[in-house]
Write a protein that binds this ligand. Sequence first.
Ligand SMILES: *[C@@H]1O[C@H](CO)[C@@H](O)[C@H](O)[C@H]1NC(C)=O
Ligand SMILES: *[C@@H]1O[C@H](CO)[C@@H](O)[C@H](O)[C@H]1NC(C)=O
Ligand SMILES: *[C@@H]1O[C@H](CO)[C@@H](O)[C@H](O)[C@H]1NC(C)=O
Ligand SMILES: *[C@@H]1O[C@H](CO)[C@@H](O)[C@H](O)[C@H]1NC(C)=O
Length: 376
Amino acid sequence: MGSLPSVSTTALVFLSCFTTCYLLLVPCNATSGAYNSSSTSSSWLNSPSSSPPPLPPPPPPLSSSNSSTGNATTTVRHHHNWFDPKGSRLITVDASGCGDFLSVQAAVDSVPVNNREKVLIQINAGTYIEKVVVPVSKPFITFQGAGRDLTVIEWHDRAGDKGPDGQQLRTYNTASNTAPAPMPGMEGWQAAAFRISGDNAYFSGCGFYGAQDTLCDDAGRHYFKECYIEGSIDFIFGNGRSMYKDCELHSIATRFGSIAAQDRKSVDERTGFSFVGCRVTGSGPLYVGRAMGQYSRIVFSYTYFDDVVARGGWDDWDHNSNKNKTVFFGVYKCWGPGAEAVRGVSWARELDFDTAHPFLAKSFVNGRHWIAPSDA
Ligand SMILES: *[C@@H]1O[C@H](CO)[C@@H](O)[C@H](O)[C@H]1NC(C)=O
Ligand SMILES: *[C@@H]1O[C@H](CO)[C@@H](O)[C@H](O)[C@H]1NC(C)=O
Ligand SMILES: *[C@@H]1O[C@H](CO)[C@@H](O)[C@H](O)[C@H]1NC(C)=O
Ligand SMILES: *[C@@H]1O[C@H](CO)[C@@H](O)[C@H](O)[C@H]1NC(C)=O
């Protein structure tokens, strides 16, 4: 492992805007990602760049250890009954002192536990250097920025950094980062720009900027509309049940990269990532999906692929647990110069309408109550 150099450049930031989150945070039980890091990555580093192409390094370890940053990983289960918030409140955050608070976290802290009001936290243009945590006990909070390029929240934790308790943060606890892009095979450099472990969270027009492991789509049902998500390896990962609608998925991979690593672990889980009407751009070669969990589910529909997709298109993660027999990977009516490569393995299917149908509508995330018809 060795010691890690301290953070240097700040090329990568997480931008927040129009983040509408109805947060009912649930615990993250993402333990299966605890791969054996001591036995990884060297083949990636050492393999020749000629064929056969090197596989991306295994995914980041997701930590189930306790968060040092609040209650986001603690005690509450899904709320099964939807209830409407009562009343509303506006809180403004302004870096230059013209709002109610100087920091986003201070605004969140001012919301009472068991909040029942609709709280709009308006974050004026500016760069907020802070790590923001919305605790499980504070639902009905909406963050609204001034625009994707104008309101920026950034922090600089990396998985190998030490938290207040002296333990390594690991990827799970690194949310909000400006960590530099790791070189292939480097350990401890993953850093999530954002983690969502809450249920019924809606994001509109947000940007998520990172490299390896940008967006930890950890648990719960989520809807991302017209978002921009940038990264290199497994840059959307976790065990959420999420729909990504009309988003741009932008790769900055320098050798091999991958978009999505989904961690569904059993046939009984209803999780999965559905990408609808997205655009895949950037650099490659790029796997579009990886079988993080044995029953990983990833579907791309009506999605445009630039000519950046790796031969085969998909990766079964470890080549020895027959995940190619248990995953559900599919494409439906995709297009663009990379679309043919996405159909590159027999275990990633071109779906027919009936099979694709459940992945095409907001019902995939049970969005009837919390996603307005105009937002779907
Ligand atoms: C990880 O790999 C090392 C070296 O190969 C081995 O000693 C150790 O037992 C492994 N740990 C786990 C959890 O598999
Ligand atoms: C972590 O959480 C578990 C269960 O929630 C608890 O038993 C344990 O004491 C916690 N550990 C720390 C270090 O807070
Ligand atoms: C976490 O929850 C416990 C119990 O509800 C509470 O006492 C504690 O203050 C909370 N901590 C934070 C950081 O919100
Ligand atoms: C599926 O993966 C296994 C190893 O886990 C491999 O032996 C087999 O050839 C793969 N099958 C296909 C069709 O890729």
